[in-house]
Each structure stands twice: as structure tokens, then as C-alpha cells.
Write a protein that binds this ligand. Structure first.
Ligand code: ASP
Ligand code: MG
Length: 406
């Protein structure tokens, strides 16, 4: 007998029909003589709707009360799914995060899992129950409800798979897996069969919206193989696993992030310590800086440019505007009209010329590169925002020409 963890996202459990469809997947798995633990998200847009309701009565509700409210969404979908399965004549029980043993820290709204003690889950499995667990939630040391941050149900599922040494962790969603580019925009985008944790982590962080990045981090840490697949079409999905076991693709995928801004400090005195000062000021305000570019010093000054996420732009400008004068720089300016386009692939470590191919695609589309950054498995460029979709398409055609007009 195998233990299988199955996670279903909000659209997969959105209404009675979708619940019956999911119940069918679960009971089939159970009937093949498996133990099944199911993790659910809130139905459809429930979490967004609950946030909107909160704002109607209080524009700045406390995080504790927000978590008290938001955890209700998963409680509803878990019980409704259990009732659907009951109706089909199978033994089932639904559990809240705390009943399933999820202990978290006290950061309401973005809590981290400290420990999962799955005694109750085990007891229920021993009774041959299908166990449904609310995703996205736990309890802290004050016995208060906490949530794990948006999209946190993926992490709940991986955590259960890790502590229970599950044989398989399936993440069911509304697309058929992870794609080489956003399939809604790039019609030749193709499903990736296998991808490594590191590549998936880059893609998840860069904005491919299929898996929450913390869940990928956890899967990597505990070496839990994930399968991302559709609850609509029963076809094989994408396997996420350790890199050594697979053939390395030149690149796995292309991601676009248009939630970025470029900041430039102009006329910075060309002497030691200034980059240190600027970036420690920013990190003290929890601003994450991404691509950094420093010009060569000329006439005793240089320019330092970097990118931040758009949410951090205001904080960045608030910190730097008064500060530039103090350090003897002339000004700080920003540009929000930019986007970051990245290619990710474990194969680029061993194949020269990947960057050149990417730049050639951009050149052929007459797209100017403002900044470049690279890591072992990623190349990112910063370009004008209006060019972003065109850039992704051009790069995709360059690296995946064989699937054109398929
Ligand atoms: N329901 C939560 C959200 O919408 C958690 C999740 O879906 O994973 O963010
Ligand atoms: Mg959701």
C-alpha cells in the first residue's frame, strides 16, 4: 500500500461539479488500495472575497483577525469535499490544520511551519479513512489560527508528504503542468515533462504561477518528488525532482516579471564603501534588490542602478531621496516601465552560447537590453515593459523552434 498526498487548488474545488470531479480522482486513488491524504485550498475566489469583506468593515484589520477569517475558506472546502465523498459511500474525515498537527510560528499572515505532528492523520488512515486537511493554515503557540501566506496550500501538502514519507505528492491545478512559457500567451508553449527543484524554484520565483516557491524549497529540502497536473484532464503532468536523475535540457522555461522597477543613483563619488552604504540602508528597510549594475567611474563619479519589485519602490525612494545628498551623489531616479525576462535551465551550465542565443532573439526583434544578470541556471534581462511579451515569444521561438505550428 502506498501513501499518496493530493493537493487541489481553489479552481479544482470551486463548485459542486468540481467537487464531484475531485472526489472521483480521490476515491479512484483510494480504491487502488492506497492511503490518501488530501489538502485543499479555499473554493474559487473565496480568499479574495473574504479579504474584500474584511476591508468593508475595517481597512486595516489586525493580522490575527485576518487569519481567523481566512482560515474559514479552507474549512468550508474541506468539509464540503468530505461530504461529497461521503455521499459516494467512502469513509472520509476532514481535519483543520491544528487537528492535522500543523504548528507554526507567530507571524500571522505569513507563518512558517515549525513542526507537523501527524498523529491524528495516521490514526484516521489506520481506520482506512480518506483524510482531507485544510491547506494554508496552522496554529501557533498561543493556540491562535495562522495562515502561511497566499498560495500556501502547496506548502501544506509538501509538509505532510515530508513528515509522512509519502510515496507521491500530486499538486492538482487548472493547467496540465509547468510550461516552457505562459501557455495563455505563447501558443507554442509546451508542457515540461521533468524539471529539477532548482529550475522550478527559479521559475516559481520569477512568476510562473503554478507552484508556490516555498513549497518547492521544502520539496527540495526533503527530496519529495512532486507531480503538477490538471484536475480537469487526466493526462500526465510535470514531475519536479532532483536534477541528477534527469537529462538536462538546454533551457526549461522562460518567465516574465513586469512587477519590477529600475532605480538609478546618479553621480555617486567613485570611492570605496558607497555601494555598501546604499545597499545596507535598503536592506535595513527589507527592500530586496535584484539586478545591480555599476558604471565605470569617470571624472570621479559613477552611476549605480538596480532593480526592485514594484511593491518596494516607494520604500526605496523614501530611503534614498534624502540619502543621496548625504553621500555626495547628485540624484536618484526610477523607471517603472520595465520588465524582467528570464530563461532558466540547468543545461546552460554546460552549454556555452545560451546567452548569445537569447540576445540574438532580442536583437532580431529590435529589443534593447537595459541590464543583464546571470546565475548558474538563469539569465535575466531588463527591457522596456511594452516589449516584454514580444521578447518572450522571440526567445521561445529561438529555443523551441521544433514546436512551431504543431
Ligand atoms: N486559499 C489561499 C489563497 O488563495 C491558499 C491557497 O490557495 O493555497 O492564497
Ligand atoms: Mg486560493
Amino acid at each position: 500500500m502506498s501513501l499518496i498526498v493530493q493537493k487541489f487548488g481553489g479552481s479544482s474545488v470551486a463548485n459542486a461539479d468540481r467537487l464531484r470531479n475531485v472526489a472521483d480522482i480521490i476515491t479512484k486513488t483510494y480504491s487502488q488500495n492506497n492511503d490518501v491524504v488530501v489538502v485543499v485550498s479555499a473554493q474559487g475566489d473565496t480568499t479574495d472575497d473574504l479579504i474584500a469583506k474584511a476591508k468593508e468593515v475595517n481597512p486595516r484589520p489586525s493580522k490575527r483577525e485576518m487569519d481567523m477569517l481566512l482560515t474559514a475558506g479552507e474549512q468550508m472546502s474541506a468539509s464540503l469535499l468530505a461530504m461529497t465523498i461521503e455521499q459516494m459511500g467512502f469513509p472520509v474525515v476532514s481535519l483543520l490544520g491544528w487537528q492535522a498537527g500543523f504548528l507554526t510560528d507567530t507571524s500571522y499572515g505569513s507563518a512558517r511551519i515549525k513542526r507537523v505532528t501527524p498523529d491524528r492523520i495516521k490514526k484516521e488512515l489506520d481506520k482506512r479513512n480518506i483524510v482531507i486537511v485544510t491547506g494554508f493554515q496552522g496554529i501557533n503557540r498561543y493556540n491562535d489560527m495562522t495562515t502561511l501566506g497566499r498560495g500556501g496550500s502547496d506548502t501544506s501538502a509538501v509538509a505532510i508528504a515530508a513528515v509522512m514519507h509519502a510515496d507521491l505528492c500530486q499538486i492538482y491545478t487548472d493547467v496540465e503542468g509547468v510550461y516552457t512559457a505562459d501557455p495563455r500567451k505563447i501558443k507554442n508553449a509546451k508542457k515540461i515533462d521533468v524539471i529539477s527543484y532548482d529550475e522550478m524554484l527559479e521559475l516559481a520565483t520569477l512568476g510562473a504561477q503554478v507552484l508556490n516557491n516555498r513549497s518547492v524549497e521544502m520539496a527540495k529540502k526533503y527530496n519529495i518528488e512532486l507531480e503538477v497536473l490538471s484536475s480537469y484532464n487526466r493526462v500526465p503532468g510535470t514531475i519536479v525532482k532532483e536534477a541528477t536523475k534527469m537529462e538536462k535540457m538546454l533551457i526549461s522555461g522562460i518567465a516574465k516579471d513586469d512587477g519590477v522597477a529600475r532605480v538609478a543613483i546618479i553621480g555617486v563619488p567613485d570611492r570605496p564603501g558607497l555601494a555598501f552604504k546604499v545597499f545596507s540602508k535598503l536592506s535595513a528597510k527589507n527592500v530586496n534588490v535584484d539586478i545591480i549594475l555599476q558604471s565605470i567611474g569617470r571624472n570621479g563619479t559613477k552611476d549605480i542602478s538596480f532593480t526592485v519589485s514594484e511593491d518596494h519602490l516607494q520604500a526605496t525612494m523614501e530611503v534614498l531621496t534624502p540619502y543621496v545628498e548625504q553621500i555626495g551623489a547628485s540624484s536618484v531616479v526610477y523607471d517603472e516601465d520595465v520588465a524582467k525576462v528570464s530563461i532558466v535551465g540547468a543545461g546552460m551550465e554546460t552549454h556555452p552560447g545560451v546567452a548569445a542565443l537569447m540576445f540574438e532573439a532580442l536583437f532580431e526583434s529590435n529589443i534593447n537590453i537595459q541590464m543583464i544578470s546571470t546565475s548558474e541556471i538563469k539569465i535575466s534581462v531588463l527591457i522596456e515593459r511594452k516589449d516584454a511579451d514580444k521578447a518572450v515569444a522571440a526567445i521561445h521561438n529561438k529555443f523551441f523552434p521544433e514546436v512551431v505550428d504543431q
